[in-house]
Design a protein around this ligand. Structure first.
Ligand SMILES: [Zn+2]
Length: 101
């Protein structure tokens, strides 16, 4: 059965690290560990505002980020959830291409 991953609080560095686990070839992305073809699912990221830390409150906005996973190493994943404590980094995240248009 496909599972749901809960990351808790994530950062731009964590989002960027997802991609580094995989090797990009002409016909797709492959796991550096086992060589399986990488699947994509969605990570729903709730935006919380840093100004209200440590409470998890904010605009309530949720953005969708592509989440790559290895079906062999990570198992079947339905989707992932995370929260992001936002200041100016939200802009960085969107500009980095991590956020779905
Ligand atoms: Zn793998």
């Amino acid at each position: 059965m496909a599972s749901v991953i809960e990351f808790g609080q994530i950062t731009v560095a964590i989002i960027n690290s997802w991609r580094r686990k995989y090797e990009e070839r002409e016909d797709g992305c492959y796991c550096k560990v086992c060589g399986s073809r990488i699947q994509q699912t969605t990570c729903y990221v709730s935006i919380h505002l840093k100004a209200f830390e440590p409470a998890h409150v904010g605009s309530g906005r949720v953005i969708k980020v592509n989440f790559p996973y290895c079906p062999e190493c990570d198992g079947e994943i339905d989707h992932a959830t995370a929260c992001f404590h936002a200041g100016e980094e939200v802009q960085v995240m969107i500009e980095s291409g991590a956020a779905e248009k």
